[in-house]
Structures are given as C-alpha cells and as structure tokens.
Write a protein that binds this ligand. Sequence first.
Ligand SMILES: [Zn+2]
Length: 357
Amino acid sequence: MVAGKPICILTWAGSEPALKSVMLNSHIDVVPVSESNWDHDPFGAVKLPNGDIVARGAQDMKCVGIGYLEAIRVLKAKGVVPKRTVHAVFVPDEEIGGADGMEKWVETDDFRSLNVAFALDEGLSNEENAYKVYYGERAPWWIKITAKGGAGHGSKFIEPSATERLVRTLDKFVAFRNSEKQRLAVCRNEFGRPLRLGDVTTTNITLMNAGVQFNVVPEEAWAGVDMRVAPSVNLTTFREQVVQWGAEEGTTIEFVQAFMSNAATPLNDGNLWWQKIRSVAEQRGVELDPEIFPAATDSRFLRKIGLPAIGISCIRNTPVLLHDHNEYLNEKLLIEGVEFYAQLIPELASVPATADA
Ligand SMILES: [Zn+2]
C-alpha cells in the first residue's frame, strides 16, 4: 500500500472461514466539480422534494459502497451469518487510474491474505429499466508517435518530411478507426444484439505537435493517440501490428501506457457467481443487461490476476451523470440497491467451493 493512500477493509467473518472470500469493492475518491455549474452544493448531498439526492459521487459510486454497508447492517440485525467471509473494501485513486490503489494492492501479501474468490464492483447507471452488468473492460493504451525528417526553408522540397511521415502513420490509425466505427454500426455480438462501444476498439488522435513557424520545415513531429482495445482482440498481436504501422513509415511508436490485459469474466452457466446474481435479479423482477465496460474500473486489475469480477450499480431509469454536473440518484434507487445487496451478499457467500479457481 502507498503512504497517505489508505485502503479500508471491513471484514464480516463467515461460518466456514476455510472457504475463499467474497470482496465487495468500492472506490472512495470522486472526480472534481466545477461548482458554478451545479444547482446545489455538490458536496452537500441535497435531497430534492422528489427524492433526488444531488451529490458528486451519488452515482459513482458512493451508492454502491453505502449499499454494501447498509445491506450488511440489515443482515447482521437479522442474525444472518454468511458462509464465506465477506470483505467490504474501500480503495483510493480509482478515478486517476488506480496506480497507487488497486493496481499495487493486488500484488501485495495484504491483498493475498484476504483469500478472495470473487469481487463485486461498480457499474454504470442506465436510462432503461435494467441494471447494466459489466463483465469485462477494454484495455487503455496511450501511444506516442514520433517522426523525424529533414529541416529547412519552407520554399523547398525537404525530404524526408517528418510531418508527412507522421501523417502517413496516422492514416493507418484513422483507417483502423473507421473500420471499427463501421463494425459498431452494422455488426452484432454473440447474443445477437447490436454491438456497443465496449465491444469495439476506439481510436482517437488526442495530441498533435510540430513546427514553430510557417516557413520553417520542422525536423520532428509527434502525435498522441488514445486507444481502448476491445476484449476480443489479442493484445500481443495487435501491439506488434501497431509498431509495424510506425515501422512502415519510419516513425517510432512509444507506448506511454499499455495495459496488457483485457481478460473478461465469462457470464456462462459455469460461472456460479453470475448464476447467483441472475437468480437474485430474477426473484426481484429486475432485468439485467450485460456488456463490456466502455471505460475502465478497478476490476481490470482483479481480472488481470485471474479473479472473476462483475460490476453492477443498481441504477436504472436514470440518466448517466457520473463525472457530470448535477450528478444525482433518487433515494428509491439507493434503497433498492440496499435491498438488492442484502439479498445477493448471502447468496454469493454460499457459492460452493467448486467455484474457486
Ligand atoms: Zn467509479
């Protein structure tokens, strides 16, 4: 763990401590606010007459962390004892990439001592009447492309041209971008539903830099690209492909960040954790809508070390306002989440040992 960035673990001991544990994960940090764009104090948790609670973190993901704790309080009051030990875990820094939070922590003996078999984590709110269920994420890559060439007066044919080399390399990224955009528009996934953002790889040129003056040919040009690589892609092969795009045009490719895991938690009949989630949702008459998370959460570090992790926030019929102004959650959904977890946690804690890898 990193100094000044504590991780809080609340442990509810199970009746069969030899079994591996269930981890209920939530991050304690939030993204900043631009206060002038909010109708209420973003950290005041103001409740409006219709029950909407306006607060930074209302959707992302304080409702989930509070939901775990309230559910455990309700269950303890009823005298329930889980079979597996349950850890409610509160981690820092998720919003800035998790490097000093979950990423380092999963590599420690402290984490290993929890003996985790499965983790529940955050999801996203949904405008439709279903809970989104996240079973995988795309791998975030930041790529710097640098081109070098000759320098000189803007009136001549200076060869080789750094900017042309860069443009030709970027053309390959753009062509790939267009093919994925096309795939998103027309293709369907294995369940027959149209592809969503999380199913394809996005590419965006986010930084460009070259030159100092109109009549001076620059000897160097560089660009930054943000890619989110879909779980269906072989990361090693694709990384070689990207390096090749640069090599073909004489540019260098530097991976400023390349997360080399896009492991997903398959939602199949053999996944007993998923079966429990599905049956609790069914009993409660709630529809589930599984998909790949379009951005990134701490679950990627758990899946990378081979743990199954599923992200759910019990937020339906609500606009997606995480990181946005006037983030809110209706109190009915907060309570619905508590009830959902109160039903789900003992079920997860009774998954048989055969589920443990
Ligand atoms: Zn979050």
